[in-house]
Design a protein. Structure first.
Length: 463
């Protein structure tokens, strides 16, 4: 089986007439890479990704990159039209990982011998190729790592994750932050294809992109098991029913950005205990990053107590400590209108902590600099209309200032308490009058000659 796996390199490295035993030895020592590519800087401890492998094979400059993994070889084999025994990626992965017969480490990585679990000397560290951490989205999404995004239901965290995904798939900036382009896989346990399509089309429209042309795959799985691991309280983990399927697809794509929505659907574990949480992020999810050169973004819902104390994650503190990058998105009670959110880098090992106001307008997040005053004004007016309409439909009386009924100050209180929209009574009255001019609301004066006809706003048929 190992020989079949190494055969997958043929489209890149040369002839079909290969001594497989020698090839194994040469690959693990680095001799094969040096011979085939002329890259004398290759060392056993250096990892290269598929794109860098192809660059070197074509004689183009190499820039460093993610790991060469078993998934990479399967992908290269298919690109080259190879029809050998690489049809079941997981069978290959399991056999090679368990036997470690071809110089992979226990996670399936090439370039490091299976028994080479030892400290790195200062001289090896100085001469080796160990790239510094980089970001897929500058300062927000850490490349080749597991990232966390926490937000309560309705804050827009899925929309934000989809906007991250479109930015990465296209290479366009997101919220003013530079991105690095790569393929994207969205694994969605909560939303179906229809809702996801609607959201992605709204985002692409704002970014002037064609959804169908992006290197992006959507895997909607509401109602299906998405469990990647069952993790015991001791930290022992067994693959869940979805792990093999996900590995297969990631092997086909190659290095990519993967969104997993949401945390509770992807693992069975006690979130209060540190050891299982630590195992989930470092061994289970981290192994996907290492095996496939992937970057993961896991979405999660904070616990009620975490929302109260501001920590914004669930369960054990290991949810914060086991990752190098954690984001949160929250609403603000005193926000000027309900499209405002606060995006925070709540945990960052390789970039500054920061926060920024973002605005959700028509299914798309923008910055304070990008959102127009006219858009904020229209959002406020729509919320005043929604509240007034609901009151009138319940039979309440709404008046401008004097008389019996609910007044602008009452509507302002409802907007603040239930919709987190902060407007003064004067602003509410101006919006009510604007709604009259727009013919979305009517107003009738009191008629003392008719019993029960009081002054107040009315709903128009067109509204």
């Amino acid at each position: 089986m190992t020989h079949a796996l190494l055969h997958a390199q043929i489209p890149v490295i040369g002839s079909d007439e290969i001594d497989w035993e020698q090839l194994t030895d040469d690959w693990c020592s680095g001799e094969l890479w040096r011979e085939r590519t002329g890259d004398t800087s290759f060392e056993v401890a250096t990892y290269y990704g598929r794109e860098e492998m192809l660059k070197s094979a074509a004689g183009r400059p190499r820039e460093g990159g993610p790991l060469i993994t078993l998934g990479t070889f399967v992908h290269l084999a298919r690109l080259g039209g190879y029809k050998g025994i690489v049809t079941d990626e997981m069978e290959l992965f399991d056999e090679v990982t368990h036997t470690q017969a071809d110089g992979c480490d226990a996670d399936g990585h090439f370039g490091k011998l299976a028994n080479d679990d030892r400290p790195i000397s200062a001289s090896e560290l100085a001469s080796g190729h160990y790239p510094a951490p980089t970001f897929l989205i500058d300062g927000l999404i850490l490349k080749d790592e597991v990232n966390l995004l926490y937000g309560d239901g309705g804050t827009g965290k899925t929309t934000l994750a989809l906007q991250f995904a479109v930015g990465i798939a296209s290479g366009q900036p997101v919220l003013g932050h530079k991105t690095t382009q790569m393929p994207v896989l969205l694994v969605l346990a909560e939303d179906g294809a229809g809702e996801t399509k609607r959201r992605l089309e709204a985002i692409c429209s704002q970014m002037h992109l064609e959804l169908g042309r992006l290197p992006l795959q959507v895997w909607p799985r509401p109602g299906d098991s998405c469990v990647l691991a069952d993790v015991a309280d001791t930290g022992e983990a067994r693959d869940g029913v979805f792990m093999a399927k996900l590995r297969t697809v990631m092997a086909e794509i190659g290095p990519c950005f993967v969104v997993l929505d949401a945390l509770a659907d992807f693992a069975n574990l006690d979130e209060i205990k540190r050891q299982p949480v630590n195992t989930l992020f470092k061994r289970v999810l981290g192994s996907l990053c290492r095996q496939f050169g992937a970057t993961l973004l896991m979405l999660g819902h904070p616990s009620k107590s975490a929302m109260s104390d501001g920590s914004q994650y669930s369960g054990s503190t290991a949810f914060n400590n086991a990752v190098r990058q954690r984001l949160t998105i929250t609403t603000e009670r005193d926000a000027p209108f309900d499209g405002k959110r606060v995006l925070r880098v709540a945990k960052a090992n390789y970039a500054p902590l920061k926060e920024m106001d973002v605005f959700l307008v028509d299914g798309f997040f923008t910055t304070a600099q990008q959102v127009k005053a006219s858009e904020r004004h229209q959002i406020e007016r729509n919320r005043v209309f929604d509240v007034t309409r609901d009151l009138l439909e319940r039979g309440e009386q709404v008046v401008d200032a004097n008389g019996n009924g609910l007044k602008p100050k009452d509507i302002a209180a409802i907007l603040s308490e239930k919709h987190q929209v902060k407007l003064s009574p004067k602003q509410v009255r101006e919006h009510l009058q604007g709604l009259r001019r727009e013919a979305r609301l009517g107003y009738q004066n009191a008629d003392n000659s008719k019993r029960g006809v009081r002054a107040g706003y009315t709903l128009l048929t067109a509204a």
